[in-house]
Design a protein around this ligand. Sequence first.
Ligand code: 13P
Ligand code: SF4
Length: 308
Amino acid sequence: WPQLAPLVAEINRLKIDRDAVILAHNYMRPEIFHCVADITGDSLALAQKAVEATASVIVMAGVHFMAETAKVLNPDKVVLMPDLQAGCSLAEAITADDVRRLKAEHPGLPVVVYVNTSAEVKAEADVCCTSGNAVQVVESICAEWGVDRCLLLPDRYLAENIAAQTRYGIISFPGACEVHELYTPEDIADIRDSFGDDLVVIAHPECPRPVVEAADFAGSTAQMIDFIRDQSPARVLLVTECSMGENLMASAPQTEFIRACNMCPHMKRITLEKIRDSLLTLDPQITVDPAIAHKARLSVDRMLACGR
Ligand code: 13P
Ligand code: SF4
């Protein structure tokens, strides 16, 4: 991408001038992922790295809830979100009022919320989770509370996929990821028919249960990367957002990535130009009401204490 070189150089200079670090989710465009990101990862890794950040400015190359989580963990730092409109259908699926109502309907049960939620929703929860640690979080909070089930909100499909991996009961909510809910087991069967037996299918647990059942492996975006690094499959279908395969091609030249994917319009709102502009103007900045941030932080810290 020679035409991008001046912009990349400008961003990398601005990072030094502003004492900024760029945290980029695995779904970022390749030019962001490879050329300007300091740290890349899944939602869990980005939260972990946000805690460790020493720079005075954090640029979140991801979606709004990720920037909010970084701010909750770093109330004294400037957290830049290059496009405030970069949302998430899961975060928009549930409000703090919904959580309060569900708590009243299920007294005595712990509330686990997916990290893909607003700070207000996290503030009402007992603990957060990501797709990378949901089983550990559910099992640890149920054991701690001495109960046999918990609420896991708001992704109905993640809830079903986690329920299949634990003896604890899961009460869910009808939210869904607009990208992953589109996949069907028939899509996978058709692609397997075209590509033969050596095709390894890896799905994100935000996919409907029959899709995960039709896959060979399911995990968070970081777990997908680890799987490909460890197993070196010859041919892979990644049942997730399109940039994953593009970003992995460089580090997994032995693997052929089959192109059949859905794009997240929210992740794709983040561009090099918007990152440059946010570093130039130190805007838009994420703010979180301190009382909400304090309560949300407890939920995030409990999750981080559970580990991966
Ligand atoms: P990961 O936590 O697996 O990176 O997923 C985040 C996300 O938004 C998936 O759609
Ligand atoms: Fe949200 Fe789905 Fe986009 Fe992830 S891929 S940010 S869950 S809409």
